[in-house]
Design a protein around this ligand. Structure first.
Ligand SMILES: [Zn+2]
Length: 308
């Protein structure tokens, strides 16, 4: 299936051009907005080019670095849990028309690794932004701001490779992003260092890198993805652990079911709060203008409350 995607799409350029021209005539020169879930036609007027990302944190960092020089399109629709997500055949077809694809690599977006070399053969610049940064196949590196900086730097280099004319612009945006990540890291260190509790009971095992960075201990209900649910024996062990340690809050997520976190909280008399893995946004979060930084701030506030 994969190779036919590639081969069928080798020369659709002319047809696509015709379609885009007709769309252009029909709708005039209105700017298409990068909503994060739609695939707008490339803007012929500005020289902006399409950059696709596989899921939210990569989209957010890319958008912040690309600014108005590229059309950044997130393949993962709003409200979709990223571990579940695979692009549609139409989205894959669109990738071959784009200039850049940025994905993480590993278990988060395995479909991208499978078409990577075919895309490169067709002239698409690709980046597996997490390559070499992951430990034990755990994909959640963006939740450690230090690793997020490395991701951002790689994204910047990739944009420069695609569009060297705007190198200075991209590097300036990268610098601003790096500064924000440094500030976030400092805030996390200062806030969490003085708190008496260290264990965070999370919905799925998304916070190992964050826990390691700030000296916390992650106790996860599910595995590396929300689909890896615990056995009844494992749930019983978690109940005992939470009771023994007097855990005050069980964390749940916005895009995965809170069922197991609720059960554990009920069994142990703990409260529940959100700890957001920021793998994707809900429609409400998009509407509220949330991004990686606002959600990391909310996470820090809830961590503080749970560990005080
Ligand atoms: Zn996850």
């Amino acid at each position: 299936m994969r190779s036919t995607w590639g081969r069928r799409l080798v020369k659709p350029g002319l047809l696509m051009l015709l379609v885009f021209s007709l769309t252009w005539l029909a709708f005039g020169c209105t700017d298409s907005k990068a909503g994060g879930e739609q695939a707008p036609a490339p803007r012929a007027d500005s020289g902006a080019f399409n950059v696709y990302t596989s899921f939210y944190p990569l989209y957010d960092f890319t958008k912040k670095i690309a600014g108005d020089k590229a059309e950044v399109i997130n393949l993962q629709p709003v409200g979709v849990e990223p571990h579940d997500f695979e692009p549609s055949p139409q989205q894959v077809a669109n990738l071959y028309q784009g200039r850049v694809l940025i994905y993480l690599g590993g278990m988060m977006d395995p479909w991208a690794g499978k078409i990577n070399s075919q895309l490169q053969k067709e002239g698409v610049i690709t980046l597996a932004a997490g390559e070499g940064l992951m430990v034990n196949n755990d994909p959640h590196i963006w939740l450690n701001p230090v690793l997020a900086k490395e991701i951002a730097r790689r994204i910047c280099d990739t944009l420069v490779a695609a569009d060297a004319g705007n190198k200075g612009y991209y590097e300036q945006n990268l610098q601003a992003l790096e500064q924000k990540l440094d500030t976030l890291d400092r805030e996390y260190r200062q806030t969490l260092a003085g708190l008496p509790r260290k264990e965070i009971v999370t919905s799925h095992a998304a916070f190992a890198y964050l826990a390691q960075r700030y000296g916390l201990e992650q106790v996860a209900i599910s595995g590396l993805s929300p689909q890896e649910e615990p056995s009844p024996q494992e749930m019983a062990r978690l109940v005992t652990l939470c009771r023994d340690r007097g855990v005050k809050y069980i964390f749940f997520e916005t895009l995965a079911s809170p069922k197991l976190a609720d059960t554990l909280a009920r069994e142990t008399g703990a409260g529940t709060m959100v700890l957001n893995p920021i793998g994707g946004l809900t429609p409400e979060e998009v509407k509220a203008g949330e991004d990686y930084f606002t959600l990391m701030e909310k996470n820090l506030a809830n961590l503080k409350k749970a560990l005080e």
